[in-house]
Ligand binder design. Structure first.
Ligand code: BEZ
Length: 158
């Protein structure tokens, strides 16, 4: 069972790229007291995530923030070096590229995706959340495409 609207994202340790290399960060630090859009993808640099999903948030980042969002976070079950390189490749300066290297967040919110069949291992489902002080206000999970988790959908929900 995945996390539901009205529930709080559990506190887990993740990584972001810092000046000296990957740094630990807690979800509580990222989410507490803030309005946050968090979206998750099955894999950095994969076509669906690189051609459609992340670019939409890059294009609409200012419009999303203009609606009172403090930060936009992109997460994937990839390491911090990969997430950092992907963010730079996509000019995603306004987006926090959050590495869920061992799937702590995907597991904590019940949104893992078993991609062992294509040798990706256990990853994250594609989803987007609007979070207020860590509490889910909107959750859209996509099996196919980005209809429920796109930047455009999030803008319409804000
Ligand atoms: C994608 O294009 O989004 C994708 C490709 C392979 C595995 C997972 C995701």
């Amino acid at each position: 069972m995945s996390i539901q609207v009205g529930e709080k994202v559990p506190n887990v340790e993740l990584k972001v790229m810092g000046e000296q290399g990957p740094e630990s960060v807690q979800t509580d630090e990222l989410l507490s007291g803030k309005k946050v859009v968090l979206f998750a993808v099955p894999g950095a640099f994969t076509p669906g995530c690189s051609v459609t999903h992340l670019p939409g948030f890059v294009v609409h980042a200012d419009a999303i923030k203009a609606k009172g969002v403090d930060s936009i976070i992109c997460t994937s079950v990839n390491d911090a070096f990969v997430m950092d390189a992907w963010g730079k490749n996509q000019n995603a300066e306004e987006i926090i590229m959050l590495a869920d290297g061992i799937g702590n967040l995907a597991e904590a919110v019940g949104l893992e995706k078993d991609l062992t069949g294509v040798q990706f291992g256990v990853r994250s489902q594609r989803y987007a959340m609007i979070l207020n002080d860590g509490v889910v206000e909107y959750l859209g999970v996509d099996e196919q495409g980005v209809e429920k988790s796109s930047a455009e959908t999030i803008l319409a929900q804000l």
